[in-house]
Structures are given as structure tokens and as C-alpha cells.
Design a protein around this ligand. Structure first.
Ligand SMILES: Nc1ncnc2c1ncn2[C@@H]1O[C@H](COP(=O)(O)OP(=O)(O)O)[C@@H](O)[C@H]1O
Ligand SMILES: [Mg+2]
Length: 241
């Protein structure tokens, strides 16, 4: 039987000082790991890619087998470099966020499409100005929900809608047409779902997750994550992006 459930509806719980401290620490740690990945691993990858190119060039065309092996090593490096860039931008989306929420979400969607997932972003934000920390919180919600679609939905289409409504709201909706899940049974010990709710609380926003399991009786299966906030919200500061 299809199950439909909804979580974390209003009223939002008040934020504790510990919540804020944890968020600041998480953002700080993400920034540190991103920097190490970029500066250390990134440099080493570049050096070894140059050596791989030199190997490839030094092999005579007549040695078809060795040449093709060297080409494979280069292709392997290229994939590792791309994966590492994706990790860095996942951990530290700050640079992209400086160009606004829509820009950063668009980048995220392009990265997800590169993984072969059908993903679409509808930007109806109309260039509304948001506080930089609001942008960060909303981005983290979109990022987690979208990554969940990639990891858990079993191949459903991903649709992200961000819109500014006439009644002064900004609404972010992440929808997939995947296999859905039972919220009551989901492992809430894992932090993704609860972190999204916490980000919404930082913005004093409404947050909900609805999911319909894919079984014989469900034609509209999949998951919808939604967060709406007042566009004038001044969030609890967790980071300077
Ligand atoms: N879009 C989705 N489709 C199907 N299952 C999902 C989706 N999002 C979350 N889930 C389920 O909820 C669980 C908890 O998610 P989350 O807290 O983000 O942890 P994690 O992604 O680390 O597993 C996931 O392990 C998965 O079973
Ligand atoms: Mg997750």
C-alpha cells in the first residue's frame, strides 16, 4: 500500500545555542576539508596528470597496446579530477553562491546531469535579493535533497523549483519521481533529513517532506521536499559565504 507522510510542519522548534554552534562548526570543517582537497590533492593530481601525458607522448604510435593503456590512465585521472572538483564545490559552494542561489543551483544541476540523472531547474526567483546566509541555508537544503535523489530515489527525475511569490515568500521545492520512502521508517539517525529541517529552522521557515512509496497502487510515487521562507528573513548567522 502506498504511504504518504509529512514531517516537520510548523510550528518550528526554537533553535538552541548548541544547534547554532554545531552549524558553525560543520560549515567551518567543510571549508577546511574543501581547501585541503583543492590545494593539496588538486595539485598532486595536476602533477601526476602531466606525467601521464608525458608517458603517453613518449610511447611510439607503433606500440598500440602501451599507448592505449596510457590513454586510459589519462582518462582515469580526468574522472578523478572531476570527482574531486565536485567534492570541493559540494563542500564549499561559497564561490558559486556569491553569484546568487539560482547560479549555484544551476551548477549543482549541471553536475547532477553529468552523472546521467535527468534533472531540471526552474528558476522563478526573479532576481530577488536574499541575505547571503539565507542563500547558504536554502542551498544546503536543495543540495541535500538533490543528493538524496541521486543516491536513494532509484532513478526518478529530479525537478527543482525556486520561486518568489507575491505574498513575500520564497519557496524551494525539490521533487523526484523515484521510488519514495516511508518517513516513519527512515533512519533519522542519519543527518541529512534532520539537517534540512534545521536549516529551515535557521530561516524560521516552513519545511515539509512528503513521500509516496512506489508500489502497484501508487501512480504518483516519489518525494517532495519543500521549504518556504519570508524573503525578508534575517537568518541566524552561521557562516560568511
Ligand atoms: N528522495 C529520496 N528517495 C528515496 N529515499 C530517500 C530519499 N531521500 C531520503 N531517502 C531515505 O531516507 C534516508 C535518510 O536520508 P538522509 O538523512 O539524507 O541520510 P543519507 O542520505 O546519509 O542516507 C535515506 O537513507 C533513504 O533511505
Ligand atoms: Mg542524505
Amino acid at each position: 500500500m502506498a504511504t504518504q507522510s509529512e514531517a516537520n510542519r510548523k510550528p518550528a522548534l526554537p533553535l538552541s545555542a548548541t544547534d547554532v554552534r554545531v552549524f558553525r562548526a560543520v560549515e567551518e570543517e567543510r571549508r577546511r576539508i574543501a581547501m585541503e582537497l583543492h590545494d593539496d590533492l588538486g595539485q598532486q593530481l595536476t602533477s601526476s596528470l602531466i606525467i601521464a601525458y608525458q608517458c603517453h607522448e613518449s610511447i611510439p604510435d607503433s606500440d598500440v597496446e602501451a599507448k592505449s593503456l596510457a590513454a586510459e590512465v589519462i582518462e582515469c585521472h580526468r574522472r578523478i579530477a572531476l570527482a574531486s572538483q565536485r567534492l570541493v564545490s559540494n563542500l564549499q559552494p561559497g564561490p558559486a553562491l556569491k553569484f546568487g542561489l539560482a547560479f549555484a543551483v544551476n551548477n549543482l544541476v549541471l553536475e547532477i546531469q553529468d552523472l546521467g540523472v535527468s534533472a531540471h531547474f526552474d528558476d522563478q526567483l526573479d532576481d530577488v535579493e536574499l541575505h547571503p546566509d539565507t542563500v547558504l541555508h536554502l542551498y544546503r537544503i536543495v543540495q541535500e535533497a538533490a543528493n538524496n535523489v541521486v543516491k536513494h530515489s532509484g532513478g526518478g527525475n529530479l525537478d527543482i523549483l525556486i520561486c518568489a511569490s507575491e505574498d513575500n515568500l520564497v519557496v524551494v521545492t525539490i521533487t523526484d519521481t523515484g521510488k519514495g520512502f516511508d518517513l516513519k521508517r527512515a533512519d533519522h539517525g542519519r543527518s541529512g533529513l534532520s539537517n534540512m529541517a534545521l536549516h529551515a529552522r535557521m530561516l524560521n521557515g516552513d519545511f515539509s517532506i512528503q513521500s509516496v512509496l512506489n508500489d502497484d497502487s501508487a501512480s504518483n510515487h516519489g518525494t517532495v521536499v519543500r521549504c518556504s521562507i519570508l524573503r525578508t528573513t534575517v537568518p541566524v548567522q552561521v557562516s560568511s559565504v
